[in-house]
Design a protein around this ligand. Structure first.
Ligand code: KG4
Ligand code: ZN
Length: 347
């Protein structure tokens, strides 16, 4: 069965075709970064309009590229939260329209659950249980994943998420938006011990708070108006990496999980990918990262999650399913809000 996955929760318009929940036929991502760059962050109204413009063409291109006909699509999966409400409405409305037109079932997907499914695509032989660390622009979540529909959030973002903290540093020193990749590259040339930035909430619980780190950078920049960006990025990133690695490894120990899975845009970071396995190995733990293109927002992960829910759990969603900007992950996948569907009921 071929699943069409659609992702429009923020500033990426993404479309994927997935065969039997595992084989990626197309994974196309159109980034709106250039559109938002001059505002230093995503402008929701502009994002919604651009999704409306690009989505239909991306779907047509994906089908053409894979040599797949409309009639071969057996399932439509779409992110319905969390995210920016306007952009979510665009993707969900399109997906519903397509499921009606093609007479195929429709499945709404949780964006953070989808990030975890990137691991399943990359490492199908490494199933739950594991401790998931989701690090993206809006989220820093530690999740006990007992099964593919059993998520328990044990640590969350108190203020700025890891990616947001990187993007804010980028804005301070003019690295454009999103700044994660540029900081990644500069940090590789710098000294991570050059500036002693704080490690917020290190060793304290499983929640994270990176707003203070940005304030520390603002203060440091006042005294050092002409910084060596390589050292600044390396030191700032090191503080984030230290906190993430410490919390994830402690959580895995407390919840007796020997396996860690790191996903989300920040999981593409080369320093995190270098440090994490070493620190985990010291504790006898294994760490898995999907390849970078499955870490950042994409629709293959959405299609994988949708396929799992429909093909393995027999769940589809009614056309009344409504996007939710703050959809919680805790318990998602087990709730009664999701319609049981045999395929007919879902369309
Ligand atoms: O998961 P994602 O693509 O979108 C959200 O759901 O938020 O994550 C985007 C975040 C941005 O903050 C971006 O700066 C960061 O991921 N990012 C990186 C790298 N690539 C993207 N951060 C550090 N190093 C990278 N290589
Ligand atoms: Zn994301």
């Amino acid at each position: 069965m071929i699943t069409l996955g659609i992702e429009t929760s923020c500033d990426e318009t993404a479309v994927a075709l997935l065969r039997d929940g595992a084989e990626i036929l197309v994974n196309a991502v159109y980034s709106q970064a250039a559109l938002h760059a001059r505002y230093g962050g995503v402008v929701p109204e502009l994002a919604s309009r651009d999704h409306v413009r690009k989505l239909p063409y991306l779907v047509e291109e994906a089908l053409r590229g894979a040599g797949v006909g409309w009639e071969e699509i057996g399932l439509v999966g779409v992110t319905y939260g969390p995210g920016l409400i306007g952009p979510l409405v665009v993707g969900v409305s399109y997906a519903k329209g397509l499921s009606v037109a093609l007479q195929v079932p429709f499945v709404g997907v949780h964006h953070l659950a989808a990030h975890l499914f990137a691991h399943r695509l990359a490492h199908p032989d490494v199933p739950p249980p594991f401790l998931g660390l989701i690090v993206s622009g809006g989220h820093t979540e530690l999740v006990v994943v007992k099964d593919w529909d059993d998520f328990r959030v044990v640590g969350t973002t108190r203020d700025d998420a890891a990616g947001e903290a990187l993007d804010k540093l980028g804005r301070l020193v003019g690295l454009g938006y999103p700044a994660g990749p540029a900081i990644d590259a500069l940090a590789r040339e710098g000294d991570p011990a050059a500036i002693p930035f704080p490690r917020p909430m290190l060793g304290e619980g499983f929640d994270t708070s990176f707003a203070g780190l940005k304030t520390a950078a603002v203060r440091w920049l006042k005294d050092h108006p002409h910084p060596d960006l390589r050292d600044l990025c390396a030191s700032y990133l090191e503080a984030i990496v230290d906190v993430l690695v410490d919390k994830a490894i402690r959580a895995a120990r407390i919840y007796e999980l020997g396996r860690l899975v790191v996903v989300g845009g920040v999981a593409a970071n080369s320093r995190l990918r270098e440090v994490f396995p070493v620190r985990a190995a010291e504790r006898g733990m294994e760490v898995y990262f999907p390849p970078p293109e499955l870490c950042t927002d994409n629709a293959a992960m959405v299609a994988a999650c949708a396929h799992h829910r429909f093909a393995e759990r027999g769940r589809g969603d009614p056309l009344s399913l409504s996007p939710e900007a703050n959809l919680p992950l805790d318990g998602w996948g087990k709730g009664d809000d999701i319609g049981k569907a045999d395929g007919k009921e879902a369309v």
